[in-house]
Unconditional design. Structure first.
Length: 404
């Protein structure tokens, strides 16, 4: 049921032990309660007249007794259940914000067990490695200062980067991205699925063969922009979906033990100046192909606090969860290239915290550790080309907002 429909009697069970906790959780649902009619709240199921309600929304199902559903069904056999598996009020607010945005009163009616799909059980704190491939000496100091749990590297890197990352953190999760430059001079060249695989398979094989724990591979990058193939290799998400599935098939035949992901898109509306097709339209068109991947990547960028909280920019992962309710998601790039580094550093630390306990979210990789690109480096990099740390790593390493 959406906004504007007939009212329903709905109650939200808040996972709170005290009135203060109840108030905190309830505040996270105020926007949702204002958008839909006849919503009550309770932290004590025993004090609820269940015959008065049609739907119950259970926040943090793991908080409640295992037989809660059975007891409520006995009290009201017609009761319908809506589950929101989040661990913090901030995460609840994000989920409900997405529902209000789309006019969805209820989400998926069954809970997903993520234990097998993502055994880490939390969103890892990650960073995109050096954009040129192999990490350099100063990069490892940044990794150490940030206490990173995950790093994404292009397949131009070698086992040297893998070994040194594992020396810093023996449990370091490493994601791989096969790299092909779609640009040719001032234009974009044709890259067939066979070309893409042929040009990347040796680099990918070198890393996957070296370390069997390396399994996660993101195929391509931001295909909804012209410099990454839009307009020359595919015209829309449908055609990219066909290209992606062809690459996926070739990779899976060659590397049957690897897990392959649908790439993150350039977020935002259609823009001629940026050569971008709307990310929302593109993922709608390519959704069937993305469903066949082992995981789905997301890119999230913002330039101010408002955009950080925008469901189509900083919080785009929430919309992806509604679209792919049973798929492991990764924020494979995120960042703020405009505001001062201390501001961005605090935002990044909070962003990692927001994502930390969202079910089925594998991790978030900020962009970028370092790059030789003279334009991108001052905007995005966590250390400059002279080796100077910009201060983001230390703030992230403090874990001020993380609650494990």
């Amino acid at each position: 049921m959406s906004l504007g429909g007939p009212p329903e009697a709905q109650i939200i069970l808040l996972p709170a032990r005290t009135p203060t906790e109840s108030s905190i959780w309830g505040s996270a649902a105020m926007e949702y309660a204002a958008a839909f009619q006849t919503i009550d709240f309770s932290r004590d199921p025993e004090r609820v007249d269940w015959l008065a309600y049609q739907h119950v929304t259970i926040v943090r199902p793991s908080f409640w007794p295992a037989d809660l559903i059975l007891e409520l069904k006995q009290a009201n056999p017609a009761l319908q259940f809506d589950r929101i598996p989040v661990d913090t009020p901030e995460a609840l607010q994000l989920v409900l914000h997405v529902r209000v945005y789309y006019g969805w009163r209820y989400g998926p009616q069954t809970a997903t067990d993520w234990t097998a799909a993502w055994p880490y059980g939390r969103a890892l704190i990650g960073l995109h490695g050096r954009s040129d491939g192999e990490l350099q000496g100063p990069d490892y100091e940044v990794v150490r200062a940030a206490r990173l749990e995950a790093v994404k590297v292009t397949t131009h890197a070698t086992h040297t980067s893998v070994d040194q990352l594992r020396q810093i953190n023996p449990n370091m999760f490493i994601m791989l991205r096969p790299y092909v430059d779609f640009r040719q001079g001032k234009g974009v060249r044709v890259v067939s699925p066979d070309d893409f695989v042929h040009w990347t398979v040796d680099d990918l094989d070198r890393l996957l063969s070296y370390d069997p724990t390396l399994r996660y591979v993101e195929i391509h990058n931001e295909p909804n922009v012209t410099v990454e193939g839009l307009g020359t290799n595919w015209q829309d998400g449908y055609e990219f979906g066909d290209w992606f599935l062809a690459v996926l098939d070739l990779y899976r035949r060659r590397f049957p033990n690897a897990l392959f992901g649908f790439p993150g898109l350039s977020p935002g509306p259609t823009s001629d100046s940026q050569g971008r097709l709307s990310s929302e339209l593109f993922i709608q068109q390519a959704a069937k192909a993305a469903q066949q991947a082992d995981f789905v990547g997301i890119h999230a960028y913002w330039v101010n606090e408002r955009e950080l909280s925008d469901v189509s920019l900083g919080l785009d992962f929430a919309r992806y969860r509604e679209r792919f309710p049973e798929k492991v998601l990764f924020v494979t790039e995120f960042g703020n290239p405009v505001q001062p580094k201390p501001v961005a550093a605090d935002q990044y630390a909070r962003y990692y915290s927001i994502l930390r306990h969202l079910p089925g979210l594998g991790g978030a990789f900020a962009y970028v550790l370092s790059t030789s690109d003279p334009i991108e480096s001052p905007r995005w990099a966590w250390r400059d080309e002279k080796g100077n740390d910009t201060g983001i790593a230390a703030e992230v390493g403090r874990r001020r907002y993380i609650k494990d």
